[in-house]
Design a protein around this ligand. Sequence first.
Ligand code: SF4
Ligand code: FES
Length: 363
Amino acid sequence: MTAPHTPPPIAMLAELTHRCPLACPYCSNPLELLSKDAELDTATWADAFRQAADLGVLQLHLSGGEPASRPDLVELTQAAHDAGLYTNLITSGIGITPKRLDALELAGLDHIQLSLQGTTPDLADWIGGYKGGFQRKLTVAQEIAQRGIPLTLNAVMHRHNLNDLDRTIDMAVELGARRLEVACVQFHGWATRNRAALLPTREQTEATKQKVADAARRLRGVMAFDFVPPDYYADYPKACMGGWGSAGLNIAPDGTVLPCHSAQMIPHLTFEKITDKPLSDIWYNSAAFNAYRGTDWMPDTCKSCDRKEIDFGGCRCQALMIAGDAAATDPVCGKSPQHARVQQMLADAMAAPETEFTYRRMG
Ligand code: SF4
Ligand code: FES
């Protein structure tokens, strides 16, 4: 049954592929990566974009993996543009040649979000697990700037690069970014395998908040900032996806329609495919999308809390990972009966010896 007054989604993330030349150890893709054979074809994606626009979606994020691994990226962008969607390409830059960039611009691409793994070739190539990636990324950033395509630089921050934040901010300005997203690693997907190697210290986190606030003031009118703090150190959880099934949805490379990128880890939920059912039917009527909509499903800790319509009880996937129950209060919350487990995880990660990354890999 549909929750009363379910609004249409505003944003959709299309994971066009799980293929990627990089191997970032914090990738939010699932541990079980899908191969090329499982991917939707061009016509099915184009139809999904039309259905999304009809449903009310305004923004489409073309993501992956690396979306440039799809030879039909320009056609897909054109299809999304023709459907009336605002298109944002989320890319490492690898595979975006000047010729392709021209074609993407012609196809109506509205915005590019370029990832930044580090501020030096050694650091960036080590974190991304791809030699030469940093230099290629800089070239792509210059090509984007020359064309005037709006650019957001997405810097995923963690223990090994947070001390480089000043240089990251300077680089974003030099590259002509209109926005810098300082996104501290969120522990989903591959990042859960690398928690001890990536988790920043509390001191790094506090210094980061202050630096971002100072830079945002200093650069007002030049570059905007988004800051995603590491929520293990927060007092309250984040409103994951703006609330389950309330503002956005994801489509996995094989067409599985998901309320968030990690939802398939919740074992009792069944997710439907765009190839089997209309998108609007899945959004409004599927059991998976209705499972944690609104506030009726909440445990008493959240139901009686005045933040219940601010953070919607936090993240369902994190509740499952840490509390063992997707319907529990997110244990990041100080009111959660399982909050001590987060404290213990922090203590364990800080006490752990320096470890090698487990890089994201297929198979
Ligand atoms: Fe959010 Fe629930 Fe914590 Fe209240 S108790 S702050 S609703 S997670
Ligand atoms: Fe699944 Fe937060 S990642 S609800």
